[in-house]
Design a protein around this ligand. Sequence first.
Ligand code: PLP
Length: 344
Amino acid sequence: MSIIQGIPDPGPGLRLHLNEHTGGCSPRVLEAIRSLDATALSFYPDYKPVVLETAAFLGVDPDQVLLLNGLDEGIFLTATALFGSRMPNVGNAVVPLPAFETYLTACGAVAARVVTVPPGPDLTFPIDGVIRAIDHSTKLVFVNNPNNPSGRLVPRADIRRVVEANPTAVVFVDEAYWEYGGESFLDELPKYPNVIIGRTFSKAYGMAGIRAGVMVAHPRLLERIRPIVPLFNLNVAAVAAVRAALQDQAFVAESVAQANESKALLYAALDRLGLRYWKSATNFVLVDGGDRAREIIDGLWAKQIFFRDRTKDQWCPNCFRITTGVVAHTRQAIAALEELCAAR
Ligand SMILES: Cc1ncc(COP(=O)(O)O)c(C=O)c1O
């Protein structure tokens, strides 16, 4: 019997296929979860302290913050609020490619008309195509900065152009990996009531299993989404985890430092191997395996080192994506990759 829910666990080995933090979360997060008692688990969570602390950390008002059961939930909630059955089913959503799959899944779930935009040269953000795709009926535009899977940053000027193209369209700026690149649109939020910034605790905070994220936007924009948010969307362990995680910014800085070192090591190895890649502002690197792609992906999986197969994406054929977080794990992946390529 096969159970189809989530992405199947590949089994023992090195998980470098989902951009997770392979070194685990902050010890302070673990301690906070361990300190929960039986009553804490038996009561519905109180969100006020965690909302206040998150808002203070982000430097925004509490009514600009909506905590999420993972950023995925925020993408679904936004698509549902804008295109769901309570809304007249008109208008479109603009999705620049290659894209994080959930944008298309969420839009599909609410039967939104999706206009996809092919990437610019060398997987750059297709600003001109996106501007052309936005019309008076556009309700939602996704901007993923930095982009998954390319790892490339979107220039701030491009985001401004998108946001200003149709002020009635909501622009969802997905900053799931922002900590690694350090470029955020958050400081421009006061100027733009049509922008949502999405963040997650799954990546630099190492808490993908906890499922916690946040959307930040103008209070009136969040008011359009709040009515459909499940009443208790974050569980009590996630609340405790987020509060502790925010207190441990040294952990985040270390995640970013390790990712930077990992990327430098991987770039050097890929140069030696003659494999093309895109410099990344995230905790992963997209690699063009050329005619060696299939052999590399399958060969590494056979060695229980799991890379993400992106070969089926028409905009990055022959490509695979490697998580580059913990340096020791990156070294292990590089050694296996070099061994495989040497044996050719
Ligand atoms: C671009 C992007 N957005 C959102 C998410 C989802 O994050 P979360 O784990 O918080 O649902 C991911 C996860 O891989 C991602 O790559």
